[in-house]
Design a protein around this ligand. Structure first.
Ligand code: BG6
Length: 341
């Protein structure tokens, strides 16, 4: 790592100051698959995360026992300009496939830069393991999406192993024009088996069914279970959603701020076979629950900034389905409630 690059990785100075016991320190910039640059975050209790500069894409989140919590396909392609299949792709400036922009926007297909000194956050990060990345549009990007922006992403690992992503998108148009966008943290969770999983927190809500031309329905079940392909955009969702893995006796808790919608997706067998970067049976080991802003576009005037937050926790399932009490589940959470909404 060159000295410039080392200094550019946020968090490293504070690691030196506190004498972090991990060999490589809490923040390390190194090379991953195909020589692509990645930032590795490590917490003293053993949890870790990896973020590729390509796509600002989180590809790994491990608990303190070193167990991987995110799904990445064995067939994922780590090579521009294909998005990495798995982890947490960032969908911006659009979710899905409209107009002349590529599917889920171009942010996941661009190489971001590490930023040394981003503008301060309203709630400062107290964690040592974090990194700041920035994406600015190129001349080519401006041809397909004619808006100037600054997209800053902070990825942080809490002492308890929680993974926190904060996106800040600013309109820097010099022509006085506003712009609008849709957005998603397209998180792929690693699960024991799709038949063992239920998603709680979305019951009774309306959703748009991507498999039925986005027709609107109301969720009838007391939780979402998976028996076939499912691809839905739940609207006006609560700030906490739980993914309960009975076999693993583990619950993922998704907490989000600024992101009213939630996409739930599993491609099932037929679509799995149609995806070249996804194994035929891998649909059994993953589920996407994506904190998103889709139904109502976000509009920013020049100078305005939007913030969208995601916090992921993995906790032992200590309650039965239907009795979700996210406040109890989250009692060890490291992020204050008011900082997420
Ligand atoms: C989900 C969408 O978010 O992403 C699905 O709801 C889509 O419709 C899936 O198939 C994967 O998209 P992509 O572009 O990464 O293959």
């Amino acid at each position: 790592m060159s000295s410039t690059t080392a200094a550019a990785v946020a968090g490293e100075e504070s690691a030196a100051a506190t004498g972090a016991p991990t060999e490589a320190g809490p923040v390390e910039l190194c090379r991953g698959t195909n020589g692509l640059e990645k930032v590795v975050l490590r917490e003293v209790r053993g949890s870790s995360a990896e973020v590729y500069l390509y796509g600002s894409h989180v590809t790994s989140w491990k608990d303190e026992h070193g167990e991987e919590l995110l799904f990445v396909s064995n067939k994922a392609i780590f090579k521009p300009s294909k998005a990495i299949r798995g982890g947490i792709p960032i969908c911006f400036p659009q979710f899905s496939n409209f107009g002349n922009l590529e599917s889920h926007g171009f942010a996941r297909n661009r190489t971001w830069s590490v930023e040394t000194d981003p503008p301060p956050f309203p709630v400062p990060t107290s964690n040592r393991a974090y990194t700041d990345l920035i994406l600015l549009p190129t001349e080519e990007d401006l041809k397909i999406w004619p808006h100037s922006f600054e997209f800053r992403l902070r990825v942080a690992l809490g002492p308890g192993g929680d993974l926190m992503l904060t996106s800040r998108i600013r309109n820097t148009n010099a022509d006085g024009k506003p712009f609008s966008f849709t957005f998603a943290y397209h998180t792929y969770f690693s699960i024991s088996d799709i038949s063992e999983v239920r998603v709680e927190g979305l019951e009774t809500l309306d959703y748009l069914d991507n498999l039925k031309d986005r027709a609107r329905f109301t969720e009838q079940g007391d939780a979402i279970v998976f028996e076939s392909e499912l691809d839905r955009i739940y609207l006006g969702t609560p700030s906490k959603i739980a993914i309960i893995d009975h076999e693993k006796k583990r619950t993922f808790v998704v907490r989000k701020g600024g992101l009213p919608d939630a996409v739930v997706w599993n491609p099932w067998d037929k679509k799995a076979k149609a995806m070249s970067d996804f194994g035929d049976d891998e649909y059994k080991r993953m589920v996407c629950v994506e904190a998103a802003a889709i139904e109502k576009q976000i509009t920013l005037k020049p100078g305005e900034e939007w913030t969208g937050k995601l916090e992921l926790s993995a906790v032992p399932s200590s309650y039965y389905s239907g009795q979700l009490d996210p406040d109890r589940v989250l009692q060890d959470s490291t992020v204050p409630e008011d900082s997420i909404s």
